[in-house]
Design a protein around this ligand. Structure first.
Ligand code: AHM
Ligand code: MG
Length: 312
């Protein structure tokens, strides 16, 4: 039996997640399609450039960061949700009495807006108490689903449960998300993805880890984590954003970058580490907590951990 194209995403989700999680993921997909439209015409609609504001991370906010944040906030404010934690919001947004906390980066890779691929990231956390940050933290192990979008050609949506990662391609002719790959398993590493210009900021441990992980691999780095992670998932490799002297805890944020992507990577048979422990085991005690992040094929992540440890 062939399902209608438009039913593809919904029917796949229904077999893998509880109904409320299906609804959250479907809303994330709808919001991604809306943002894709805004990105596609941004140079023609005065949507490029900075707002003049600086976000809680100290980063200059782009007009599209704001637009993306509004799109995802509206889409994800559901009765099943307790709180929303967005990269673009100083504080968590209390939504209601629902069961799930959602962490999202509405527009990842902001420095590439107007030039190259950007994306969106979502983590669906189950049973996170309102005051869990005060009560010693939570970990990425409470994720029940994660998803990310890459707005390129094709526009791709990746959805992970604990057991399975699938990809969907957006078809603009009927605005459907159709299965591209039913089950993604991270291949053996081919590519290494890191900002090498930070080499002089790295500790001997990081140098040891990066060199060991990258040995024999080909370099690709876009400045959009989502794009680099998609390459790692489909073609094999390792993505690294380690700690450095300017960012002692790394740059990427736990709840809406590191943990969701770490969850995807583990579900696809890969690994995700800080260099000393799996990222999903790290206690998160504040909404915008950062972490060093090394994710990808288990062979390369294993070499990073060994190289990191032997240099310290
Ligand atoms: P953003 O969410 O503000 O765009 O920041 C995260 C991005 C990642 O997508 C990317 O891997 C990294 O920042 C690039 O940072 P850098 O320019 O320091 O290499
Ligand atoms: Mg980001």
């Amino acid at each position: 039996m062939t399902s209608s194209p438009a039913a593809d995403l919904a029917s796949v989700l229904a077999g893998r997640f509880e109904r409320e999680v299906c609804d959250i993921l479907a809303r994330f997909a709808d919001a991604s399609a809306e943002l894709r439209d805004a990105l596609a015409t941004a140079p023609l609609s005065n949507l490029l450039g900075a707002t003049g504001d600086v976000n809680v991370q100290g980063e200059s906010t782009q007009k599209l960061d704001d637009r993306a944040n509004e799109i995802f906030k509206a889409a994800l404010s559901l009765s099943s949700v307790a709180r929303l934690i967005s990269e673009e919001e100083d504080e968590p947004i209390e939504v209601g009495d629902g069961r799930y906390t959602l962490g999202f980066d509405p527009l990842d890779g902001s420095s590439n807006i107007g030039f190259a691929s950007v994306g969106s990231v979502l983590g669906v956390y189950d049973g996170v108490a309102r005051n869990s940050f005060d009560a010693g933290g939570m970990t990425g192990r409470s994720l029940v689903a994660a998803a990310f979008t890459v707005y390129g050609l094709p526009t791709m949506l990746i959805v992970a449960s604990r057991e399975q990662v699938s990809s969907f391609a957006f078809d603009p002719s009927d605005r459907s998300w159709r299965v591209a790959a039913e089950r993604i398993t991270v291949p053996k590493a081919t590519y290494t993805s890191i900002n090498w210009t930070y080499h002089s900021r790295w500790s001997p441990s990081v140098v040891g880890g990066v060199e060991a992980a990258s040995d024999g691999l080909r370099g690709r780095y876009s400045g959009s984590m989502v794009e680099d992670i998609l390459r790692v998932l489909l073609a094999g490799g390792v993505f690294m954003y380690p700690e450095d002297s300017s960012s002692p805890n790394g740059k990427l944020r736990m709840l809406y970058e590191v943990c969701p992507i770490g969850f995807v990577m583990e579900a696809a048979g890969g690994a995700a580490s800080t260099g000393t422990q799996p990222v999903l085991d790290v206690a998160v005690t504040s909404p915008h907590q950062r972490s060093p992040f090394v994710a990808g094929a288990t062979d390369a992540v294993g070499r990073y951990i060994a190289g990191y440890g032997s240099a310290s």
